[in-house]
Design a protein around this ligand. Sequence first.
Ligand SMILES: [Zn+2]
Length: 413
Amino acid sequence: MNKPNQKKMKVVCTGCDREHPLGTLGRCSDCDGILRCQYPDEAIQSLRDIQPGPGIDRYRELFPVSTGLPFLGEGNTPLIKSRRIGPSIGLENLYLKYEGTNPSGAFKDRSGALVAALALDAGASGILTASSGNAAAAMSAYSAVAGMKCLILMEPDSPPAKLRQSLATGAEVLPVEGIFSRGPKAIGDLILQVSESLNYYPAFVWAPVNPYTLEGIKTLSYEIVAQLGESPDVIVCPVGGGDMFTAQWRGYQEMIQAGLIEDPPRMVGVQSTSAPPLLKAFLNHDDTVKTLPAADSKISGINVPFTGEHALQVVKESQGSVAGVRDELVFQMQERVAVEEGLWIEPVSAVPVTALADLLDSGTITSKDKVVCIMSGAGFKDDKLAREKAATVAGDEPVPFDVEAILGQIKKT
Ligand SMILES: [Zn+2]
Protein backbone atom coordinates (compact mmCIF):
# COMPACT_ATOMS: atom_id res chain seq x y z
CA MET A 1 0.00 0.00 0.00
CA ASN A 2 0.94 3.64 0.28
CA LYS A 3 1.85 4.19 -3.34
CA PRO A 4 1.18 7.66 -4.65
CA ASN A 5 0.72 6.76 -8.35
CA GLN A 6 2.28 9.92 -9.59
CA LYS A 7 3.08 10.47 -13.25
CA LYS A 8 6.73 11.44 -13.55
CA MET A 9 7.50 12.74 -10.11
CA LYS A 10 10.39 11.39 -8.09
CA VAL A 11 10.98 10.81 -4.41
CA VAL A 12 14.55 11.73 -3.52
CA CYS A 13 16.62 11.92 -0.36
CA THR A 14 17.56 15.43 0.78
CA GLY A 15 20.73 13.96 2.33
CA CYS A 16 22.29 11.79 -0.40
CA ASP A 17 20.07 12.48 -3.47
CA ARG A 18 19.23 8.79 -3.80
CA GLU A 19 15.95 8.17 -5.58
CA HIS A 20 13.44 6.03 -3.70
CA PRO A 21 10.35 4.16 -4.95
CA LEU A 22 7.20 6.28 -5.03
CA GLY A 23 5.25 5.84 -1.83
CA THR A 24 8.27 5.17 0.36
CA LEU A 25 7.57 6.19 3.94
CA GLY A 26 10.01 7.09 6.69
CA ARG A 27 13.59 8.21 6.14
CA CYS A 28 16.27 7.25 3.58
CA SER A 29 17.45 3.71 4.23
CA ASP A 30 20.99 4.66 3.18
CA CYS A 31 21.75 7.89 5.04
CA ASP A 32 18.70 8.49 7.29
CA GLY A 33 17.94 11.72 5.41
CA ILE A 34 14.43 13.16 4.98
CA LEU A 35 12.76 12.29 1.67
CA ARG A 36 11.10 14.84 -0.59
CA CYS A 37 9.01 15.01 -3.75
CA GLN A 38 10.51 16.30 -6.96
CA TYR A 39 8.29 17.19 -9.92
CA PRO A 40 9.05 17.29 -13.64
CA ASP A 41 9.60 20.73 -15.11
CA GLU A 42 6.34 20.69 -17.08
CA ALA A 43 4.42 20.26 -13.82
CA ILE A 44 6.32 23.17 -12.24
CA GLN A 45 5.69 25.35 -15.32
CA SER A 46 1.95 24.68 -15.00
CA LEU A 47 2.04 27.03 -12.01
CA ARG A 48 2.19 29.94 -14.44
CA ASP A 49 -1.32 29.24 -15.67
CA ILE A 50 -3.09 28.41 -12.40
CA GLN A 51 -5.39 31.11 -11.06
CA PRO A 52 -6.01 31.30 -7.32
CA GLY A 53 -9.47 30.37 -6.07
CA PRO A 54 -11.35 27.97 -3.82
CA GLY A 55 -9.76 24.61 -3.06
CA ILE A 56 -6.24 23.38 -3.75
CA ASP A 57 -7.06 20.70 -6.33
CA ARG A 58 -6.09 23.25 -9.03
CA TYR A 59 -2.48 22.51 -8.08
CA ARG A 60 -2.92 18.75 -8.63
CA GLU A 61 0.06 18.52 -11.00
CA LEU A 62 2.25 19.52 -8.06
CA PHE A 63 0.93 16.91 -5.65
CA PRO A 64 2.05 13.25 -5.28
CA VAL A 65 -1.34 11.81 -6.26
CA SER A 66 -3.00 10.43 -9.35
CA THR A 67 -6.57 11.29 -8.34
CA GLY A 68 -8.21 14.63 -7.65
CA LEU A 69 -8.47 16.16 -4.21
CA PRO A 70 -11.87 16.48 -2.51
CA PHE A 71 -13.17 20.00 -1.88
CA LEU A 72 -14.41 21.11 1.53
CA GLY A 73 -13.54 24.82 1.31
CA GLU A 74 -9.82 24.57 2.08
CA GLY A 75 -7.32 27.18 0.97
CA ASN A 76 -7.88 30.64 -0.52
CA THR A 77 -7.54 32.07 2.98
CA PRO A 78 -7.35 35.85 3.48
CA LEU A 79 -4.16 37.90 3.58
CA ILE A 80 -5.02 40.85 5.81
CA LYS A 81 -2.91 43.99 6.18
CA SER A 82 -2.40 44.74 9.86
CA ARG A 83 -4.26 47.89 10.84
CA ARG A 84 -2.84 48.54 14.31
CA ILE A 85 -0.22 46.10 15.57
CA GLY A 86 2.11 46.54 12.57
CA PRO A 87 2.03 50.35 12.69
CA SER A 88 2.36 50.34 16.51
CA ILE A 89 5.70 48.52 16.36
CA GLY A 90 6.99 50.34 13.27
CA LEU A 91 6.17 47.86 10.53
CA GLU A 92 4.54 49.60 7.58
CA ASN A 93 3.75 46.45 5.65
CA LEU A 94 2.72 43.70 8.04
CA TYR A 95 0.34 41.11 6.60
CA LEU A 96 -1.52 38.36 8.42
CA LYS A 97 -2.17 35.15 6.50
CA TYR A 98 -5.18 33.89 8.42
CA GLU A 99 -5.64 30.13 8.12
CA GLY A 100 -8.63 30.02 10.46
CA THR A 101 -11.08 30.19 7.53
CA ASN A 102 -10.14 26.66 6.44
CA PRO A 103 -13.04 24.22 7.00
CA SER A 104 -11.72 22.72 10.23
CA GLY A 105 -10.23 26.07 11.24
CA ALA A 106 -6.52 25.45 10.61
CA PHE A 107 -3.85 25.12 7.90
CA LYS A 108 -3.78 21.33 8.35
CA ASP A 109 -6.79 21.10 6.03
CA ARG A 110 -4.36 21.70 3.16
CA SER A 111 -2.76 18.38 4.16
CA GLY A 112 -6.12 16.78 4.92
CA ALA A 113 -7.45 17.26 1.39
CA LEU A 114 -4.26 15.77 -0.01
CA VAL A 115 -4.34 12.85 2.45
CA ALA A 116 -7.85 11.91 1.33
CA ALA A 117 -6.46 11.49 -2.21
CA LEU A 118 -3.27 9.75 -1.01
CA ALA A 119 -5.31 7.25 1.02
CA LEU A 120 -7.58 6.47 -1.94
CA ASP A 121 -4.54 6.08 -4.22
CA ALA A 122 -2.99 3.70 -1.70
CA GLY A 123 -6.10 1.54 -1.43
CA ALA A 124 -6.24 2.16 2.31
CA SER A 125 -9.33 1.37 4.33
CA GLY A 126 -8.82 4.22 6.77
CA ILE A 127 -6.65 7.15 7.81
CA LEU A 128 -4.50 7.36 10.93
CA THR A 129 -2.67 10.26 12.48
CA ALA A 130 -1.08 11.31 15.74
CA SER A 131 -1.78 14.85 16.79
CA SER A 132 -2.06 17.46 19.48
CA GLY A 133 -5.30 18.53 17.82
CA ASN A 134 -5.28 20.44 14.54
CA ALA A 135 -4.18 17.56 12.34
CA ALA A 136 -6.66 15.36 14.19
CA ALA A 137 -9.56 17.65 13.32
CA ALA A 138 -8.43 17.99 9.70
CA MET A 139 -7.85 14.27 9.12
CA SER A 140 -11.16 13.40 10.77
CA ALA A 141 -13.06 15.80 8.49
CA TYR A 142 -11.36 14.65 5.28
CA SER A 143 -11.73 10.98 6.24
CA ALA A 144 -15.45 11.67 6.36
CA VAL A 145 -15.25 13.24 2.90
CA ALA A 146 -13.35 10.21 1.59
CA GLY A 147 -15.85 7.83 3.21
CA MET A 148 -13.11 6.28 5.33
CA LYS A 149 -12.62 5.51 8.98
CA CYS A 150 -10.24 7.71 10.94
CA LEU A 151 -8.13 6.81 13.95
CA ILE A 152 -6.47 9.55 15.97
CA LEU A 153 -3.69 8.86 18.45
CA MET A 154 -3.93 11.99 20.52
CA GLU A 155 -1.85 13.89 23.02
CA PRO A 156 -3.83 13.52 26.31
CA ASP A 157 -3.37 17.21 27.17
CA SER A 158 -4.74 18.48 23.86
CA PRO A 159 -7.20 21.39 24.03
CA PRO A 160 -10.70 19.93 24.66
CA ALA A 161 -12.18 21.86 21.73
CA LYS A 162 -9.87 20.07 19.29
CA LEU A 163 -10.79 16.69 20.78
CA ARG A 164 -14.52 17.45 20.50
CA GLN A 165 -14.07 18.63 16.92
CA SER A 166 -12.39 15.37 15.91
CA LEU A 167 -15.10 13.30 17.59
CA ALA A 168 -17.87 15.36 15.99
CA THR A 169 -16.65 14.49 12.49
CA GLY A 170 -16.55 10.79 13.31
CA ALA A 171 -13.00 9.89 14.27
CA GLU A 172 -12.11 7.27 16.82
CA VAL A 173 -9.84 9.07 19.27
CA LEU A 174 -7.37 7.29 21.52
CA PRO A 175 -5.41 9.43 23.97
CA VAL A 176 -1.92 7.89 24.12
CA GLU A 177 0.29 8.47 27.11
CA GLY A 178 3.46 10.42 26.35
CA ILE A 179 2.92 10.19 22.62
CA PHE A 180 5.23 13.10 21.72
CA SER A 181 7.73 12.66 24.55
CA ARG A 182 9.47 9.43 23.53
CA GLY A 183 11.36 10.91 20.63
CA PRO A 184 10.70 11.16 16.90
CA LYS A 185 11.80 7.63 15.99
CA ALA A 186 9.50 6.02 18.54
CA ILE A 187 6.41 7.90 17.37
CA GLY A 188 7.25 7.30 13.73
CA ASP A 189 7.63 3.56 14.28
CA LEU A 190 4.38 3.42 16.29
CA ILE A 191 2.39 5.20 13.57
CA LEU A 192 3.80 3.10 10.74
CA GLN A 193 3.27 -0.19 12.59
CA VAL A 194 -0.29 0.54 13.71
CA SER A 195 -1.30 1.85 10.28
CA GLU A 196 0.20 -1.15 8.49
CA SER A 197 -1.62 -3.56 10.82
CA LEU A 198 -4.95 -1.85 10.06
CA ASN A 199 -4.30 -1.04 6.36
CA TYR A 200 -4.78 2.63 7.31
CA TYR A 201 -2.93 5.44 5.56
CA PRO A 202 -0.33 6.94 7.97
CA ALA A 203 -1.21 10.63 7.67
CA PHE A 204 1.29 12.03 10.14
CA VAL A 205 2.07 15.59 9.04
CA TRP A 206 5.82 15.32 9.49
CA ALA A 207 8.16 14.62 6.59
CA PRO A 208 10.53 12.26 8.43
CA VAL A 209 7.57 9.87 8.80
CA ASN A 210 5.42 10.78 5.79
CA PRO A 211 7.25 12.82 3.11
CA TYR A 212 4.01 13.65 1.21
CA THR A 213 1.51 15.29 3.57
CA LEU A 214 3.39 18.61 3.66
CA GLU A 215 2.99 19.02 -0.10
CA GLY A 216 -0.53 20.41 0.42
CA ILE A 217 0.78 23.12 2.71
CA LYS A 218 3.06 24.68 0.07
CA THR A 219 -0.10 26.14 -1.51
CA LEU A 220 0.12 28.79 1.23
CA SER A 221 3.04 30.28 -0.68
CA TYR A 222 1.28 30.21 -4.06
CA GLU A 223 -1.63 32.09 -2.51
CA ILE A 224 0.49 34.69 -0.71
CA VAL A 225 2.37 35.62 -3.90
CA ALA A 226 -0.91 35.85 -5.84
CA GLN A 227 -2.47 37.99 -3.13
CA LEU A 228 0.50 40.34 -2.71
CA GLY A 229 1.28 40.46 -6.42
CA GLU A 230 4.91 39.71 -5.57
CA SER A 231 7.04 37.68 -3.21
CA PRO A 232 7.11 38.99 0.38
CA ASP A 233 10.46 39.93 1.94
CA VAL A 234 10.01 37.89 5.08
CA ILE A 235 7.78 35.04 6.28
CA VAL A 236 7.45 34.70 10.06
CA CYS A 237 6.01 31.35 11.04
CA PRO A 238 5.51 29.23 14.16
CA VAL A 239 7.64 26.07 14.06
CA GLY A 240 6.90 22.76 15.77
CA GLY A 241 8.01 19.73 13.76
CA GLY A 242 8.92 22.06 10.89
CA ASP A 243 6.65 20.89 8.06
CA MET A 244 4.62 24.09 7.60
CA PHE A 245 7.86 26.08 7.52
CA THR A 246 9.57 23.75 5.04
CA ALA A 247 6.52 23.31 2.83
CA GLN A 248 6.26 27.05 2.25
CA TRP A 249 9.90 27.27 1.24
CA ARG A 250 9.36 24.54 -1.34
CA GLY A 251 6.46 26.53 -2.75
CA TYR A 252 8.74 29.53 -3.27
CA GLN A 253 11.44 27.35 -4.85
CA GLU A 254 8.89 26.03 -7.33
CA MET A 255 7.69 29.55 -8.16
CA ILE A 256 11.30 30.59 -8.85
CA GLN A 257 11.72 27.60 -11.18
CA ALA A 258 8.47 28.55 -12.93
CA GLY A 259 9.73 32.13 -13.38
CA LEU A 260 6.89 33.57 -11.32
CA ILE A 261 9.17 35.27 -8.79
CA GLU A 262 12.87 36.15 -8.65
CA ASP A 263 13.69 36.37 -4.98
CA PRO A 264 12.19 34.16 -2.28
CA PRO A 265 11.48 35.56 1.19
CA ARG A 266 13.74 35.09 4.19
CA MET A 267 12.13 32.42 6.35
CA VAL A 268 11.99 33.21 10.07
CA GLY A 269 10.85 30.41 12.36
CA VAL A 270 9.56 31.12 15.85
CA GLN A 271 9.39 28.69 18.75
CA SER A 272 8.39 28.90 22.39
CA THR A 273 11.41 29.29 24.67
CA SER A 274 9.87 26.35 26.57
CA ALA A 275 10.06 24.05 23.50
CA PRO A 276 13.00 25.33 21.42
CA PRO A 277 14.80 22.51 19.53
CA LEU A 278 15.24 24.51 16.30
CA LEU A 279 16.13 27.69 18.18
CA LYS A 280 18.89 25.88 20.07
CA ALA A 281 20.32 24.36 16.89
CA PHE A 282 20.30 27.79 15.21
CA LEU A 283 21.96 29.59 18.12
CA ASN A 284 24.60 26.85 18.47
CA HIS A 285 25.30 26.82 14.69
CA ASP A 286 24.59 23.07 14.70
CA ASP A 287 24.21 21.02 11.52
CA THR A 288 21.46 18.88 13.01
CA VAL A 289 18.53 19.51 15.33
CA LYS A 290 18.87 17.60 18.59
CA THR A 291 15.80 16.20 20.32
CA LEU A 292 15.25 17.84 23.71
CA PRO A 293 14.65 15.76 26.86
CA ALA A 294 11.22 17.40 27.19
CA ALA A 295 9.01 20.21 25.92
CA ASP A 296 7.14 22.37 28.40
CA SER A 297 5.26 25.01 26.44
CA LYS A 298 1.59 25.86 27.05
CA ILE A 299 1.16 26.61 23.34
CA SER A 300 -0.70 23.74 21.68
CA GLY A 301 0.70 22.96 18.24
CA ILE A 302 4.36 23.77 18.91
CA ASN A 303 4.88 21.98 22.22
CA VAL A 304 7.13 19.28 20.77
CA PRO A 305 10.72 18.39 21.77
CA PHE A 306 11.85 17.73 18.18
CA THR A 307 12.01 19.65 14.92
CA GLY A 308 13.06 18.05 11.62
CA GLU A 309 16.44 19.06 10.19
CA HIS A 310 14.61 20.08 7.00
CA ALA A 311 13.52 23.25 8.84
CA LEU A 312 17.11 24.14 9.76
CA GLN A 313 18.05 23.69 6.12
CA VAL A 314 15.34 26.17 5.13
CA VAL A 315 16.70 28.76 7.59
CA LYS A 316 20.13 28.45 5.99
CA GLU A 317 18.99 28.38 2.37
CA SER A 318 16.69 31.37 2.79
CA GLN A 319 19.19 33.39 4.84
CA GLY A 320 16.52 33.41 7.49
CA SER A 321 16.55 33.19 11.25
CA VAL A 322 14.96 31.58 14.30
CA ALA A 323 13.46 33.48 17.22
CA GLY A 324 12.13 32.45 20.62
CA VAL A 325 9.11 33.85 22.48
CA ARG A 326 7.87 33.35 26.02
CA ASP A 327 4.48 31.68 26.46
CA GLU A 328 3.00 34.45 28.62
CA LEU A 329 3.80 37.08 25.97
CA VAL A 330 2.14 34.90 23.32
CA PHE A 331 -1.10 34.80 25.32
CA GLN A 332 -0.97 38.58 25.70
CA MET A 333 -0.45 38.98 21.96
CA GLN A 334 -3.33 36.61 21.24
CA GLU A 335 -5.61 39.01 23.10
CA ARG A 336 -4.10 42.05 21.33
CA VAL A 337 -4.68 40.50 17.91
CA ALA A 338 -8.29 39.80 18.89
CA VAL A 339 -9.14 43.27 20.19
CA GLU A 340 -6.90 45.36 17.89
CA GLU A 341 -7.22 43.45 14.62
CA GLY A 342 -10.55 41.67 15.15
CA LEU A 343 -9.06 38.21 14.63
CA TRP A 344 -9.75 35.62 17.32
CA ILE A 345 -6.82 33.27 16.68
CA GLU A 346 -5.56 30.26 18.60
CA PRO A 347 -2.47 30.94 20.76
CA VAL A 348 0.03 29.37 18.35
CA SER A 349 -1.10 31.84 15.68
CA ALA A 350 0.08 34.71 17.90
CA VAL A 351 3.60 33.25 18.14
CA PRO A 352 5.03 34.95 15.01
CA VAL A 353 3.48 38.35 15.84
CA THR A 354 4.94 38.15 19.34
CA ALA A 355 8.45 37.88 17.86
CA LEU A 356 8.19 40.94 15.58
CA ALA A 357 9.41 43.66 17.97
CA ASP A 358 12.60 41.72 18.79
CA LEU A 359 13.15 40.89 15.12
CA LEU A 360 13.00 44.62 14.34
CA ASP A 361 15.32 45.50 17.22
CA SER A 362 17.90 42.94 16.09
CA GLY A 363 17.75 44.10 12.47
CA THR A 364 16.51 40.71 11.27
CA ILE A 365 13.62 42.58 9.67
CA THR A 366 13.35 46.25 8.76
CA SER A 367 10.43 48.69 8.93
CA LYS A 368 10.10 48.72 5.12
CA ASP A 369 10.04 44.94 4.69
CA LYS A 370 6.87 43.28 3.47
CA VAL A 371 6.40 40.84 6.33
CA VAL A 372 3.83 38.03 6.38
CA CYS A 373 2.96 36.35 9.67
CA ILE A 374 1.41 32.91 9.30
CA MET A 375 -1.60 32.56 11.61
CA SER A 376 -2.20 28.84 11.58
CA GLY A 377 -5.64 28.51 13.13
CA ALA A 378 -8.83 29.99 14.56
CA GLY A 379 -9.54 30.89 18.19
CA PHE A 380 -12.23 28.27 18.73
CA LYS A 381 -9.55 25.57 18.40
CA ASP A 382 -8.13 26.48 21.80
CA ASP A 383 -10.76 28.66 23.42
CA LYS A 384 -9.16 29.40 26.80
CA LEU A 385 -9.09 33.16 26.18
CA ALA A 386 -12.80 33.28 25.35
CA ARG A 387 -13.73 31.03 28.26
CA GLU A 388 -11.82 33.24 30.68
CA LYS A 389 -13.56 36.33 29.36
CA ALA A 390 -16.94 34.60 29.42
CA ALA A 391 -16.41 33.69 33.07
CA THR A 392 -16.39 37.39 33.94
CA VAL A 393 -19.89 37.78 32.47
CA ALA A 394 -21.57 34.51 33.31
CA GLY A 395 -22.42 35.24 36.94
CA ASP A 396 -23.87 38.73 36.37
CA GLU A 397 -27.54 39.43 36.93
CA PRO A 398 -29.33 40.56 33.74
CA VAL A 399 -29.71 44.35 33.47
CA PRO A 400 -33.30 45.64 33.66
CA PHE A 401 -34.98 46.57 30.34
CA ASP A 402 -34.33 50.27 30.86
CA VAL A 403 -32.11 52.88 29.15
CA GLU A 404 -30.75 54.41 32.34
CA ALA A 405 -30.05 51.01 33.84
CA ILE A 406 -28.10 49.93 30.72
CA LEU A 407 -26.08 53.16 30.56
CA GLY A 408 -25.39 52.83 34.28
CA GLN A 409 -23.87 49.39 33.77
CA ILE A 410 -21.64 50.06 30.76
CA LYS A 411 -18.44 51.25 32.45
CA LYS A 412 -18.66 48.64 35.12
CA THR A 413 -15.77 46.57 33.74
ZN1 LIG B 1 19.92 9.39 1.72
